[in-house]
Design a protein around this ligand. Structure first.
Ligand code: AMP
Ligand code: GLY
Length: 423
């Protein structure tokens, strides 16, 4: 093996597979471990089944195997304080600490932070009991669209765009009275509905410097032309067509000012989900981690050593770094199990993965057993291709997906098409 540092990656999705795939190209990385990983990850990292919230056990594992850095994929361990736990034990870890992770873990915290630091966002009100929320609606026009959001983490399901007052009232009751998200629904936000194209702005942040990656666009609805229910993301492309860069600079400048003023330990990824409205760019949400599936459409274009960026972030040296990218585009299409995002079946054998030639397959819900791959989740594979024009990239990715087969599989046929329309 070439490198000298062993790494731990926490997570089990296409995002983590893409991070590991990219870290494998680093001259510095020796061996990669993953908790818990998936079928595809098991082919390039040593996977161990472990509860990703059992910080004591994970930190023992890190010590036993002398792992020089831990990268956290999903938000829940960050929001629950894995970074604070590791820091107390003098273990190097990439990600914001618990207090800073509230930017994703509490929508109330995030919105109030945006307001304090002049980061443009939808107008909003906070409520901590259903009666106040419901009487607020009586002050609104009954046809006014609103967005109701549970304060805490809800696996991406806590946001409801409501087109009538009646719908909004039903949602408030579900969240605050029926507690469908448990204590994540102790508070809610009611905000104005915005219209426009959404873009994901993902950046490294060491508390002093923001280093943006290329903009990307997710596709949240299950069917073509953004029809059907929401999913965890059906595909992404990058760079997404975009934007007044001055507005973006202002968002990041104000964000950093807030991080410094509030002395937040923010050394990780910051992700701003933005909407390009007719009144300019507005931030819909912050996430404190890489996007999934955006990462699968960003890292294949990146030339810079990913470990260098992780290290510089932890050491607060991002001001010395640049991100170099290949020319062209990356399109990443998610292949899902039959029935997803509703009830779906697993344990279907996946065929044709070896026939994929000029694209890379990042696994999400898969299992490797006796030389074969099987489905093991709703989101199964992300197929990512790179080429010089967006047209060519789209046809390359779909040509490769046709080689993959499993019972019930489905995917969107229009990932990246929005980028064509506007260019
Ligand atoms: P969030 O978790 O806040 O990003 O919300 C998830 C999704 O809900 C976003 O990606 C948007 O598609 C939608 N959304 C959130 N807030 C608004 C808003 N104020 N207006 C319209 N759509 C929204
Ligand atoms: N792609 C949306 C997310 O990662 O939250």
């Amino acid at each position: 093996e070439r490198g000298w540092v062993n790494i731990l990656v926490i997570g089990s999705g296409g995002r983590e597979h893409a991070i590991i795939w990219k870290l494998k190209q680093s001259k510095v990385v020796k061996k990669i471990f993953c908790i818990p990983g998936n079928g595809g990850i098991s082919q390039m990292a040593e996977c161990t089944e472990m509860d990703i919230l059992d910080f004591a056990k994970i930190s023992e594992f890190v010590k036993d195997y002398d792992l020089g850095l831990t990268i956290v994929g999903p938000e829940v361990p960050l929001a629950k304080g894995i970074v604070d736990y590791f820091q107390k034990k003098n273990l190097r870890i990439f990600g914001p600490n618990k207090k800073a992770a509230q930017l994703e873990g509490s929508k109330v915290f995030a919105k109030q932070f945006m307001k304090r630091y002049n980061i443009p966002t939808a107008e909003f009100e906070v409520f901590d009991n259903p009666d106040d929320a419901l009487s607020y609606f009586s002050t609104l026009n009954s046809k006014l669209s609103t967005v109701v959001k549970a304060d805490g983490l809800a696996s991406g399901k806590g946001v409801f765009v409501c087109d009538t007052k009646k719908d909004a009232e039903i949602v408030v009751k579900k969240i605050m009275v029926d507690k469908i998200f448990g204590s994540s629904g102790n508070k809610i936000i009611i905000e104005e509905k915005l219209e426009g194209e959404e873009t994901s702005l993902i950046a490294f942040c060491d508390g002093k410097t923001i280093l943006p990656l290329i903009p990307s666009q997710d596709h949240k609805r299950v069917f073509d032309d953004d029809k059907g229910p929401n999913t965890g993301g059906m595909g992404a492309y990058s760079p997404a067509k975009f934007i007044d860069t001055n507005d973006v600079k202002k968002i990041w400048d104000n964000f950093l000012e807030g991080i410094k003023k509030e002395a937040l330990d923010y050394r990780g990824i910051i992700y701003a989900g933005i909407m390009q409205t007719k009144d300019g760019i507005k931030v819909l949400e912050f996430n404190v981690r890489f996007g999934d599936p955006e990462t699968q459409a960003i890292l294949p274009l990146m030339k810079t050593d990913l470990l260098d960026l992780f290290t510089a972030t932890v050491d607060e040296k991002l001001d010395k770094c640049k991100v170099a990218c290949k020319n062209g585009y990356c399109v990443s299409v998610l292949v899902a199990s039959g029935g997803y995002p509703g009830k779906y079946e697993i344990k279907k054998e996946i065929f044709g993965l070896n026939d994929v030639k000029d694209a890379v397959v990042f696994h999400a819900g898969t299992k490797f057993k006796a030389g074969r791959y099987y489905t093991n989740g709703g989101r199964v594979l992300n197929v990512s291709a790179v080429d010089i024009t967006l047209e060519k990239t789209i046809s390359k990715v779909y040509k490769n997906i046709k080689k993959i087969k499993f019972e019930g599989m489905h995917y969107r046929r229009d990932i990246g098409r929005k980028g064509l329309k506007s260019s």
